[in-house]
Ligand binder design. Structure first.
Ligand code: FAD
Length: 289
């Protein structure tokens, strides 16, 4: 089923993000994780892709296929444009089709540190990849959006212009980068709608798990920190378990507020931790009872 159909018939659509395990040998771990995640009945599960073929990106199709064909849940396979040749993309699309995977999250990606291959691919921006996938046909396509602006985009109006380009290229829905301040998302949503973006815009929520994770998000994604997050980080500096609990609780409060504000869906960055997804899901079930 095309994910865009889900957004037409259901509100809020619940989705989880997973990533391929780093070790080739850890496929059993992801099978177990997927078992626990699918038991929570999400509407779809996405699987990330290492840009430039880094990490274990070769496993993305395999895991997406497992989600669809073994667990009976709709998968969203991520795919990146950076450094990719047209022929490689066409081969991946054929492979996804052969596994009955019909939904792709099309991203530019960032050149990975230590990348040694040819950095010159056939695509510059995510919109170029979206256009190519749509030209091949047979896929529903999601794309990324950034409530606080993409870290490399120095002008906020351009943030919206680039979103429109993704929509015009054929993107069917947008999933946001994480944020800790819902007000930033509502402001972004309003501006995007005013700019002419009409496709579903789904907030992405990543529960805070550790201080180092939050620091990484500030530097790599440019997300801002509300003072409450800073206070939580300070309070539980030496108590990782309580910090994790407080992070999950904070994320659940974000989800509660987003659902009350009638968002299209909720996308949880699970970090392959089923307990994170379970906590958010039980909060959603309680709200929708
Ligand atoms: P683009 O839309 O191409 O934007 C990249 C930059 O170029 C932005 O600054 C944008 O403003 C600018 N830009 C766009 N169009 C133009 C134009 N015409 N002229 C000038 N500038 C332009 N990364 C991975 O490697 N693997 C994943 O699986 C993955 N999953 C993700 C999932 C989500 C929900 C999100 C939010 C991000 C994900 N990323 C992933 C990270 C993403 O690849 C990076 O954020 C990357 O830097 C930008 O990707 P994009 O698709 O938004 O690129």
């Amino acid at each position: 089923m095309y994910i865009k159909k889900l957004y037409q018939i259901k509100r809020p659509v619940l989705s989880f993000e997973t990533f391929p395990p780093k070790q080739q040998s850890a496929l059993e771990t992801i099978t177990d994780t997927l078992g626990q995640l699918t038991a929570l009945h999400p509407d779809f599960i996405s699987v990330t892709y290492g840009a430039g073929g880094s990490g274990n990106s070769g496993k993305t199709t395999e895991i997406a296929s497992m989600i669809k064909n073994e667990f009976g849940v709709e998968p969203l396979a991520h795919l990146t444009a950076i450094t990719a040749k047209r022929e490689t993309i066409h081969n991946t699309l054929a492979d996804l089709k052969a596994h009955n995977v019909q939904n792709i999250m099309a991203l530019r990606g960032d050149i990975p540190v230590g990348f040694e291959g040819d950095p010159n691919g056939d695509f510059v921006y995510a919109a170029d990849l979206i256009r190519e996938i749509k030209q091949v046909g047979g896929f529903c396509v999601g794309a990324a959006c950034y409530p606080e602006g993409h870290i490399d985009c120095d002008s906020l109006p351009n943030n919206y212009a680039h979103l429109l380009q993704k929509q015009e290229a054929g993107a069917d829905f947008l999933i946001s980068q994480l944020f800790f301040d819902n007000a930033q998302f509502y402001h972004f949503l309003e501006r995007a709608r005013r700019a002419g973006v009409t496709i579903p815009i789904v907030p992405g929520i990543m529960p805070m798990m550790s201080k180092s994770q939050v620091q990484r998000m500030i530097f790599t994604c440019g997300v801002s920190l509300p003072s409450r997050i800073i206070r939580i980080l300070h309070k539980y500096e030496n108590d990782p378990q309580s910090l994790e609990q407080a992070g999950i609780e904070y994320a659940c409060e974000q989800v509660t507020d987003l659902i009350k504000n009638d968002v299209d869906g909720i996308h949880i960055y699970t970090m392959n931790k089923p307990q994170v997804a379970a906590a958010c899901k039980s909060r959603i079930d309680f709200l929708l009872k």
